[in-house]
Write a protein that binds this ligand. Sequence first.
Ligand code: FMN
Length: 193
Amino acid sequence: MANPTKKQKQRSLKGRTILLCITGSIAAYRACDLVRQLRADGANVICLMTEAAKKFVTPLTFHSLSGNPVYADPFSEHEDWSVLHTTLADQASLILIAPATADILARLAGGFASDLITSVILASRATVLIAPAMNDNMFEHPITQENIQKLRKIGYRFVEPIEGDLVCGRIGVGHIADHTAVLEAVRKTLHAG
Ligand SMILES: Cc1cc2nc3c(=O)[nH]c(=O)nc-3n(C[C@H](O)[C@H](O)[C@H](O)COP(=O)(O)O)c2cc1C
């Protein structure tokens, strides 16, 4: 078979639904570019936000960029009344958390279903891909590292944070991976299975 053209490669996520989960990191704005790139690749992108994430970027931004409703409250009423977290869980080809805070890693590692994102993840069998973003001390903290190991052990995948200028003024590892690395991980994960 002929090699796929550049255009075909760019539409390689056609037919896939990606739940993009945005948490309360200063890097939340970086998720805007991800939505655009994932859509350019043909994916249907549904954004889920924590309450903290909404302090950084408005749901309206993600609504406009994704062309889909944005979900944050598991108890909200929506069209075609159904249980929101299980409905979203069943639609997912992939769950991408970008950026992922130290707090969401702890909640996931602890098995919590205390907000929409953790509830959806527990209710889904889709692959979970996580791009952490945080201060270097938070990232290197033994508790965060233990949580990451725990999540890796059950098959969650990570796009490693990189060294960079952190918002606290230091240079260290904790900067969210570049969006090309996140997109590459999404493509690899979805095409692998
Ligand atoms: C200005 C500011 C920037 C923050 N950036 C981060 C961050 O990059 N990573 C992180 O883990 N927490 C960060 N936090 C702390 C989280 O917002 C906080 O732990 C929050 O409870 C996370 O909630 P969530 O995981 O439900 O989104 C930041 C807080 C503030 C005020």
